[in-house]
Write a protein that binds this ligand. Structure first.
Ligand code: 164
Ligand code: MG
Length: 326
């Protein structure tokens, strides 16, 4: 017998979480649970406001329709699904078939707010490669340059990932680079999306020797991944990409082109982050994933993130919004 259950969660966020333009006060998402005989598979569907094209309501309407189809025939038309729905549903189905290995990579790159003491503490706990991520582009580029120099100077074995979310004009990006000690530039593992267009970002990398990575660009209309001078990595947010099959193909393409593929969070609950850490360990072994986002929450869901002491809400505390069996 086949069963499908859909839970909806709403978790409080830490007070200071700001997405592009708005404060994220609560994080809403869905957990789909499939049962086929004794086998169980679960996946999270959590479109991220301002990043996903679909809303949680649209995602919910769509998954309810497709769950009914799965119960009926097992057939799914993947092409027509929203990315967050395709990802969560494909994970639940893969879990059902035991395809995702259990071991996770929890050595996520610490997200750093700019306080060096806090980062030193977080890095001391890291067992593997010392790599951290800092947001840039929120304040003056000169300030960002100074902060980057400071971290790289204080911590000689640190490598940094930076993320400007396309905030800089070419002039501002150049100002930033001017402030980074040239001897430190190779320790910037990559700078995600420095400028407003991919062409400007590539020109910036050529001029400065600072490696760059695509995140937003991966979702540009008509985008196809190509080898470019200075482009060293792609940052894959599965919730924004689509099915596990699409995520796998993207990782394989990056690796074939000699680029790093970094599995990164779209601020999923601790349940979704656990799944992503397993996907990272499975598909991108040897690369530190970008999953240090659980501390943005006020509560965890169903599965705790290692070392996180936030209260844990279980699925039984969540509303069942749809269920059926066949
Ligand atoms: O990539 C990581 O290390 C953590 C995730 C992260 O930085 C982000 C997740 C979601 C939205 C953004 O705020 C941000 C990003 O732009 O990459
Ligand atoms: Mg990014």
């Amino acid at each position: 017998m086949k069963h499908a259950t859909l839970y909806r969660y709403s978790l409080p966020m830490d007070s200071g979480v700001i997405l592009r333009h708005t404060r994220l006060v609560r994080r809403d998402g869905l957990i789909v649970k499939l049962k086929n005989g004794e086998k169980v598979g679960r996946g999270e569907i959590a479109p991220l406001p301002e990043f996903s094209t679909e809303t949680i309501e649209q995602a919910q309407t769509q998954i309810e329709l497709y769950l009914a189809q799965w119960l009926e025939s097992g057939e799914i038309d993947w092409e027509s699904l929203y990315p967050s729905v395709a990802f969560g549903l494909s994970v639940a189905l893969a879990e059902l078939e035991g395809e995702i290995p259990a071991e996770g990579n929890f050595l996520a790159a610490p997200l750093c707010s700019g306080d060096p003491d806090e980062l030193v503490e977080k890095l001391a706990e890291l067992l593997g490669e010392k790599v951290a991520k800092i947001k840039v582009g929120l304040y003056e580029p000169i300030r960002d340059g100074i902060v980057v120099n400071m971290f790289l100077e204080i911590l000689p074995d640190l490598r940094l990932r930076l993320d400007a979310n396309r905030q800089w004009t070419p002039a501002k990006a150049a100002q930033f680079a001017n402030y980074v000690n040239p001897a430190f530039r190779s320790r910037i593992a990559f700078l995600e999306e420095p400028c407003q267009t991919p062409e400007q970002s590539l020109a910036f990398s050529k001029e400065t020797g600072i490696a760059i990575a695509w995140d937003e660009t991966l979702r540009d209309e008509g985008f196809s991944l190509q080898c470019k001078t200075g482009l060293s990595a792609i940052v894959i947010k599965p919730t924004l990409v689509g099915s596990l099959k699409t995520v796998k193909a993207m990782v394989e393409q990056a690796h074939t082109l000699g680029m790093e593929a970094v599995i990164s969070s779209s601020i999923e609950s601790s349940f979704g982050l656990n799944t992503l850490s397993r996907i990272a360990h499975w598909l991108t072994p040897g690369t530190v994933p970008g999953l240090d986002t659980v501390s943005l929450f006020g509560e965890q869901l169903e599965q705790a993130w290692p070392g996180c002491e936030l209260p844990l809400k279980t699925l039984t505390d969540c509303e069942v919004v749809w269920q059926a069996h066949q």
